[in-house]
Design a protein around this ligand. Structure first.
Ligand code: DAH
Length: 380
């Protein structure tokens, strides 16, 4: 067994030679100084102070030195590592300050820039109008009901007491999606019920009665289709609101009161409606409903000094159709006409928008130009 090597000299250990230690230190300092950003500095830190760095390895060599040589070597390596750590910390502070300054500039928000270069859209006035009308009824406890736009001919016509040869069923008025009845001499075998794009929201009445037990109080806003050309006063796709109330003991007076409440809610407390006799297959009696002209309140009638553009000085504006639900419709939809009665009405939203906002051309409503929709605002 050999005795401890008393003559072991640290300068003989390659990694512990002072010039080697100095070189390691200087390389580390140079790498830190050269690091231009925090990521590079992190890499340099690992390379020059990590467990596998030259100085760490040199430090490990000290353990193998004879006791008398350990102090000097330890001091040498310790000083070098101290200098390296100090330089690292200083560079870290410098680079962090640089990064913070840069982020402040790069992420600054210029509050003087124009804020409206991406123009806000607007909800379509037809949508807001439908919601506004529906809200009047929702607040009275009515339920919103929906039905399909591609509708069975039976719901669109038969259930509503349209006779097989009713003119509205003709191809000139109705978009048929599938087979029309032979009774109209168009196409199909004559037996099957065809499929149409609903021509009105009234089929939702039939659906609502079949879906629910009375009492039924529903309001149905929706899109409807007719084979009209698009022009200033017609559009093949338009919107209606339908209302149906079925209960015991409902009368025409309830219908009138409901209509009056609606126009007061929408156009002002001094508004009213009037009913004119008319015919619809699904109501009996049926009426055309007019509302007082909300601009002149009827004062333009017979008063040439005060003409009214909104009602053409007629004093009244035609709104839509209404009536007491025909007992035949109640029966077709499983409601006992001996026990229940009901009233219904329906009207076009485009028309209402036209006179309420002086829109002169219906095409503006379908073109989707925000210059038309935006002035109506963003109301929800
Ligand atoms: N559905 C009819 C139409 O499109 C409007 C209408 C009339 C609806 C009378 C009704 C009503 O509910 O009772 O012309």
């Amino acid at each position: 067994m050999s005795a401890p090597n008393k003559s072991y000299d640290p300068v003989e250990v390659e990694a512990l030679k002072p010039e080697e230690i100095e070189r390691m230190r200087d390389e580390a300092l140079a790498a830190f100084a050269a690091a231009g950003d925090l990521d590079t500095l992190q890499e340099a830190k690992v390379a020059h102070t990590g467990g596998a760095s030259p100085l760490a390895l040199a430090n490990r060599e000290i353990g193998a030195l004879p006791p008398h040589a350990k102090a000097a070597a330890g001091k040498l390596v310790g000083q070098a590592r101290g200098a390296v750590n100090k330089a690292l910390a200083a560079r870290q502070v410098e680079l962090e300050a640089e990064r913070d300054a840069r982020v402040l500039v790069e992420e600054a928000v210029d509050v003087t820039l124009p804020h409206d270069r991406v123009p806000a859209g607007a909800r379509h006035p037809l949508t807001t109008m439908m919601e506004r009308v529906a809200d009047v009824f929702v607040s009275m406890g009515y339920e919103i009901a929906e039905g399909p736009e591609v509708e069975a001919e039976w719901f669109n016509f038969d259930a509503l007491n349209f006779t097989p040869d009713h003119p509205a069923r003709q191809m000139q008025d109705t978009f048929f999606v599938q087979g029309a009845k032979g009774a109209r001499g168009a196409e199909g075998s004559g037996d099957e019920s065809g499929v149409v794009l609903r021509t009105h929201t009234s089929p939702v009445q039939a659906r609502a009665m079949l879906d629910r037990e009375p009492p039924v109080y529903i309001v149905c806003p929706g899109r409807v289709y007719r084979t009209d050309e698009l022009d200033a006063t017609h559009t093949p796709v338009f919107h209606q609101i339908e209302l149906l109330a079925i209960d015991e003991g409902l009368t025409m007076a309830d219908l009138k009161g409901t209509l009056d409440h609606m126009v007061r809610s929408l156009f002002g407390a001094d508004m009213k409606t009037r009913l004119r006799p008319n015919f619809f297959p699904f109501t009996e009696p049926s009426a055309e409903m007019d509302m007082l002209c909300y601009v002149c309140k009827g004062e333009s009638v017979g008063n040439p000094d005060r003409p009214c553009r909104t009602c053409s000085s007629e004093g009244w504006i035609e709104l839509g159709g209404c009536g007491m639900v025909n007992p035949r419709v109640l029966t077709a939809c499983g409601v006992d006409p001996q026990k229940y009665s009901g009233f219904a009405f329906g009207f076009g939203i485009e028309r209402m928008l036209m006179f309420r906002h002086n829109v002169e051309d219906m095409r503006d409503m379908v073109e989707g130009d925000v210059r038309f929709t935006r002035p109506f605002g963003m109301e929800i």
